[in-house]
Every structure is written in structure tokens, then in C-alpha cells.
Design a protein around this ligand. Structure first.
Ligand code: ADP
Length: 399
């Protein structure tokens, strides 16, 4: 079986999967794992294969050591590079700036281009480059492919991409909307066209990727024309721990009056805000339980979340003019039926009617949740970014 190795390298972790590109989105990967606490005194590697979990604890000084130890652990459990047929490696790269609109076969030159984009993603792109360099050394004979989180949004028209900030400053520092989660928005919008058996060019779709990070996109005829995340993944919807849109004046206020440094404000807005900042939890199962038990903060956090989602929904309906399909995906979008119900409640006059029974179906694959007479169809389509990256990667193996 030809497999793709998919790597998602963070600043102190590496997520990896061995994926059969022929899988469905809800299939388990052949193997998956996580290297974490890189750089700390004791690191940890978890490998899941054939329903079993294997854990290794050891010092992991850097990404190179982490990936080598992960390969050793895979070898011990018969899924190492010498035992399975890895035909390509797909690397998730967070920021492609305005340079990359599509996945690229990685060469030394491409690595340098990704390096040039570090100022736009100072935490993510260096880790992505580490992962690429180490993996190219360990697996030198297969194609390595960079798949950019921003790529699908390269097509944003200037009206959606530009911020109303001084244009010289914007040009010098790359200040504009790039958008993220592109692999997921592209994947579910393409799946929608396949399911409806219509060419993508004939469909206008609003995609809602609601996971711990969350974003929405307006997709017109297969092309992204707007999205809620911005120059960074902090903008847009309320998220698990991120603020989403907030008055930029708040940053100045906190810096001037709370004595907070820029790094402290960054940490506050990315890690201690969003649903968690308002309620104390960021998992929607816990949030739901707290609401059911009468917790007022949980209720208020939920309402802020839904209100913001509906704001974006309204603006994308106007931006697109005609909407054929609304798609929900990712952890919350696929599983939290109450979020879908509340996000679309009372919109019958706009042609949106959710069927409560269809909306309550378990998350076992793509499904229609609107009524037969709903003018706009509403679907839940499970996403799988690793599978999408694996498919891009193996295309280069075949070429
Ligand atoms: P990430 O952005 O980390 O990839 P996911 O797309 O995996 O996130 O989504 C994770 C989130 O999905 C969890 O934090 C939780 O809020 C939500 N979630 C997962 N399963 C359920 C469920 N059964 N019901 C409600 N929410 C769920």
C-alpha cells in the first residue's frame, strides 16, 4: 500500500500521520503520532498504530532528534520507513504569504522562500522549516511537498485582502489578509461539489471550519473571495482560546494601562481568551454541560460565539449575493448539533431551514441537514487536512 507521511511541525512538537491517500475523511490513518516537549528535559513520543498506543519518553533536544526517535518507534512497531511504502512526504506549512497559491515540490530554493516568510509567522514557519530539513535528510529519495495553510486564499480580491491601513507600511511589512485553514476550506468545498455532482464553478458556498481554531470562508465558483482569519490566525470568529475580531485599540489600552508587554498581550489574546477566556473551558462538550447546569458565564460565552458566527454568515451571504450551500466542518462543526442549530435559527426568510432530525444524525460522514425545501442546502462534511495534504503529496510522486 502506497502511503504518504504527513508532517505538521510546531515550535515544540511534531504531529505525524502515515496516510493512505485513498482513505475517506472519517477513516483512521494507517498510523499517527505526536512528538512533544521538544527542547524540554524530557520529551514524549506517542505512536498510534493498529488500535494500540505506544509511548516513549526521552530527552528530545531538537526536531531532528524528535523525528529520528519517532521513526525508531515506528520501526519497532513495524511501520517504520524501511517497512512501509512511503511514496511522498507532505508538510503543512502555515504561511505562504503572497508567494504561494498552491502546493509546491520542495527544493532548496522553496525552503529559502519559506524562510523569507518567517516575519509573517515567526513561531510557525521556522518549525515547519526544521521539519522539512530533517525529513528531507531521513527520506531523501521521495518527493517532499509543502502545502500552505494560506494557499487557497491567494485568490482573495483586493477588496477583501487589503486592510485600510497606510499603504506604504502595509507594503513594507506585508500587512494584509492572508487567511488560514485553506486546506480544509478547499477540501470541503470540493467535496460539496462532488456530492452535489455539480462543477465547482456553478456553486457559491459558505464554509464554516469550527474547531479549536475557527474560520469561515466565502467560496464563489470554487474560488475563495473572503475569509475571516486575517494577517494572522487570531482574527475573525471567536475561537477556543483566541479572541477573534477585537478592537485593535484594546492592545494599546492594555499596553498603556495594564503594564502588559506585547508578548503578554499576544499570549492573552491567543491562549487565554475566546470561549475559554469567557467561561473557563474551551471544549464544547464541557461548555454544553455547564450551560445545562445553569452556568451564566458559559451561556454568555456561547452567545458571544454564536453572535459572531452569524455576523460573518450575514456578511458572506451579502458578499456572495447567491448562496447555494452552507457547510459545517471540524470538531465543533461536525459534532455540536446545537451550534449548527443556533447559528442558523430563524433564517427561513433567507431560504435556510435546518431539519432537526437530520441535524441530529451522528458524525459518520458527509450529510445534508437542511430540509428538502430549504433554498440554501446545509451540509456537514467531515474535514481531514492530513488526508488532503497526503493527496497533494502523492500527486508529485506519480508525476
Ligand atoms: P483543532 O483546531 O485542534 O484541530 P478540532 O477540529 O479537532 O480542533 O476540534 C476540537 C474541538 O471540537 C474540541 O475542542 C471540542 O470543542 C469540539 N468537539 C469535539 N467533539 C465534540 C462533540 N462530540 N461535541 C461537541 N464538540 C466537540
Amino acid at each position: 500500500m502506497a502511503l504518504a507521511l504527513v508532517l505538521n511541525s510546531g515550535s515544540s512538537s511534531i504531529k505525524f500521520q502515515l496516510v493512505n491517500p485513498e482513505n475517506h475523511a472519517t477513516d483512521e490513518p494507517f498510523a499517527s503520532g505526536l512528538v512533544e516537549q521538544i527542547g524540554e528535559p524530557i520529551g514524549r513520543i506517542v505512536l498510534k498504530v493498529e488500535g494500540e498506543k505506544h509511548v516513549l519518553e526521552a530527552p528530545i533536544p531538537d526536531h531532528s532528534a524528535g523525528l529520528k526517535l519517532a521513526f525508531d518507534l515506528m520501526d519497532q512497531h513495524n511501520c517504520g520507513p524501511s517497512q512501509v511504502d512511503i511514496v511522498a512526504v507532505g508538510h503543512r506549512v502555515v504561511h505562504g504569504g503572497i508567494l504561494f497559491s498552491a502546493p509546491e515540490l520542495i527544493t532548496d530554493e522553496i525552503v529559502e522562500m519559506i524562510r523569507d516568510l518567517i516575519p509573517l509567522a515567526p513561531l510557525h514557519n521556522p518549525a515547519n522549516i526544521d521539519g522539512i530539513e530533517v525529513a528531507r535528510k531521513i527520506l531523501p529519495d521521495v518527493p517532499h511537498v509543502a502545502v500552505f495553510d494560506t494557499g487557497f486564499f491567494h485568490s482573495l480580491p483586493p477588496a477583501a485582502a487589503l486592510y485600510a491601513i497606510n499603504s506604504e507600511v502595509a507594503a513594507e511589512y506585508g500587512v494584509r489578509r492572508y487567511g488560514f485553514h485553506g486546506t480544509s476550506h478547499e477540501y470541503v468545498s470540493q467535496r460539496t461539489a462532488e456530492i452535489l455532482e455539480k462543477p465547482a464553478i456553478d456553486l457559491n458556498i459558505i464554509t464554516c471550519h469550527l474547531g479549536n481554531g475557527a474560520s469561515m470562508a466565502a467560496v464563489e465558483g470554487g474560488r475563495a473571495v473572503d475569509t475571516s482569519m486575517g494577517m494572522t490566525p487570531l482574527a475573525g470568529l471567536v475561537m477556543g482560546t483566541r479572541t477573534g475580531d477585537i478592537d485593535p485599540g484594546v492592545v494599546f489600552h492594555l499596553a498603556r494601562n495594564a503594564g502588559m508587554s506585547i508578548d503578554e498581550i499576544d499570549n492573552l489574546m491567543n491562549k487565554k481568551s475566546g470561549v475559554k477566556g469567557l467561561s473557563g473551558v474551551n471544549d464544547f462538550r464541557e461548555l454544553r454541560q455547564m450551560i445545562d447546569e445553569g452556568d451564566q458565564d458559559a451561556w454568555s460565552a456561547y452567545n458571544v460565539y454564536i453572535h459572531q458566527l452569524r455576523r460573518y454568515l450575514g456578511s458572506y451571504m451579502i458578499a456572495l449575493g447567491r448562496v447555494d450551500v452552507i457547510v459545517f466542518t471540524a470538531g465543533v462543526g461536525e459534532n455540536a448539533q446545537f451550534v449548527r442549530e443556533d447559528a442558523l435559527a430563524g433564517l427561513e426568510m433567507y431560504g435556510i431551514k435546518v431539519d432537526p432530525e437530520r441535524n441530529a444524525l451522528p458524525n459518520e460522514g458527509p450529510r445534508l441537514i437542511s430540509t428538502d425545501d430549504s433554498k440554501i442546502k446545509v451540509y456537514v462534511i467531515p474535514t481531514n487536512e492530513e488526508l488532503a495534504i497526503a493527496r497533494y503529496a502523492v500527486k508529485f510522486a506519480k508525476a
